[in-house]
Design a protein around this ligand. Sequence first.
Ligand SMILES: Cc1cc2nc3c(=O)[nH]c(=O)nc-3n(C[C@H](O)[C@H](O)[C@H](O)COP(=O)(O)OP(=O)(O)OC[C@H]3O[C@@H](n4cnc5c(N)ncnc54)[C@H](O)[C@@H]3O)c2cc1C
Length: 590
Amino acid sequence: MGGIVKWTPTNYQNMANDAEVLVVGGGSTGTGIARDLALRGVDVTLVEKGNLTHGTTGRMHGLLHSGGRYAVSDQASATECIEENRVLRDIASHCVEMTGGQFVQLEGDSDDYFEEKLRGCRECGIPAEVLTAKEAREQEPYLTKDVKRAISVPDGAIDPFRLCVANAADAEMHGARIETHAEVTDVLVDGNDVVGVEVRHESGPGKRNHARPGTTEEIRADYVVNATGAWAGQLGEMAGVDIEVRPSKGVMVVMNCRQVDTVINHCRPKGDADIIVPHEVTAILGTTDEEVADPENYPEEGWEVDMMIDQLSKLVPILRDSRTVRSFWGVRPLYEPPGTGTTDPTDITRDFFLLDHEERDDLTGLTSIVGGKFTTYRAMAEQISDHVCGQLGVRETCSTADEPLPGSDDFSVLRDYMDEFGIRSPIGRRSVQRLGSRADEVLTTNGPNPVLCECEAVTQAEIQDAIDGSGTDLNAVRIRTRASMGNCQGGICCHRMANELHPEHDEPTAREALDELFQERWKGERHALWGEQLSQAALNYALHATTMNRDAPEANGEQDAETDTIDFSAFDAGRNSERTVDGDGGINGD
Ligand SMILES: Cc1cc2nc3c(=O)[nH]c(=O)nc-3n(C[C@H](O)[C@H](O)[C@H](O)COP(=O)(O)OP(=O)(O)OC[C@H]3O[C@@H](n4cnc5c(N)ncnc54)[C@H](O)[C@@H]3O)c2cc1C
């Protein structure tokens, strides 16, 4: 952790600043702020230590909240959720699927709570209707026969990767500099004023980076925004201020297909394992809420995965026998004002806080934003951008509630393409859904456009478009396209993706990119490895060993090293066993 760098006033005065505003953190909050400020004409630089969405944003449940979840416990958040839910449907239509949602009451669940939930929704302006058990099951045939009734609400599914990339791309189109793989290692403080940051560039040649890997850069700015979520305390420490973030982990389990087409919530007071979100071709089960000391190092345990399946099978019984594809964990950036002292993390507010360090700590030039939800990222970004503009004397107002994101500018384009390309095939339909109004630009090619990822229906043209945007980092290509996120977890397509890097990039670069991507997939698979998915993993291993010699030590450039094989029999004990898997905080869950 860096200390305070003492700058002499003479040094500082002699230097022009590199940006008006420097945003640290490339999650939903940071990219939202970068876009908001760039649209107001502010000169912004954003730095992110990993890929965009590397933190919590890449490990969330994918639920576009209607607000129903908070309609009893936190009506201010519920109201904000429904307002932003409507905005995002409009400005980010190609990232949203309006699945609708149900709050399901089972026999034995509290009637009073059901009524309270319904009343709460209506008080917060959330459209809510009671469904009989028959109506609920007509909509979702796999719901248990124990359904008593349900409340339907406008919950939806949202793609966090696509949304963040669209925010960053739009910021860039409006003049922002976006640096990924650029970690802030120190905050530069001159007296009582934050004047910039020191950044270490980590990506290699060809990655989306403007500096040499391993180099450091001092970026000076009039104002620094700390949008590092669960890491906000660490950045605060570099600036010499205390930020009491209370990171809380949650597990999610990805199923092989959509067992439900509607978001299913268990209608009961707070509890673990009570939501199923249909997401693209999968369903995601979640989640838990457990405070952890470090946002990067925490235990990932097999029983957490088992609990998701056991609990949620009570709502949708076929989940018990369905195939799990992977699991992942995320960490909420919860925050409590000093002295609140809530002991149960589920009671900590989901609200967000703008910490003006001038007011709070007598340190000018720095504001932190902590807490909040993905669904309300735009509103958070608006508030912090208003604050920053106030500090800089910028008069432009926020336009992000009205200006569509790239890809969502004209969503009728999507329907037109479906017709034009005669798109009935799932491949064309899914490409166009992902790309929205960018479909023409990306899918028009001079030659054939083969499918490279069959599970997620991703074509070569989409992969090439993503490489243009992200360079050789195939994990960045993955989050832009969903290639390698399907049932085979990259077994069949990782090497095809790597192949697309050639001839522009050399073979060692392509191999390294392949290894990074495949390793990333493995991190999430190993916690949910039994049954068919175990066979799939063993097949992937055999395919890569026999076609690319990937089990040979020299494949990794280690002539003398022991062959690094995987003992698949260690996973044979299956679910509900004492599985222990080396944990290293797997990245970018789904
Ligand atoms: C289990 C779980 C499920 C959730 N599900 C939902 C949901 O369904 N719907 C919803 O609305 N919300 C959900 N949330 C909440 C939501 O995901 C978060 O509130 C939101 O994504 C936080 O975004 P952020 O940009 O503030 O933080 P992050 O996404 O964590 O972004 C912070 C970024 O800062 C970067 N960073 C940190 N330190 C440095 C440094 N020194 N230099 C450079 N970069 C740095 C990190 O790499 C990270 O990418 C969920 C949260 C969890 C944990």
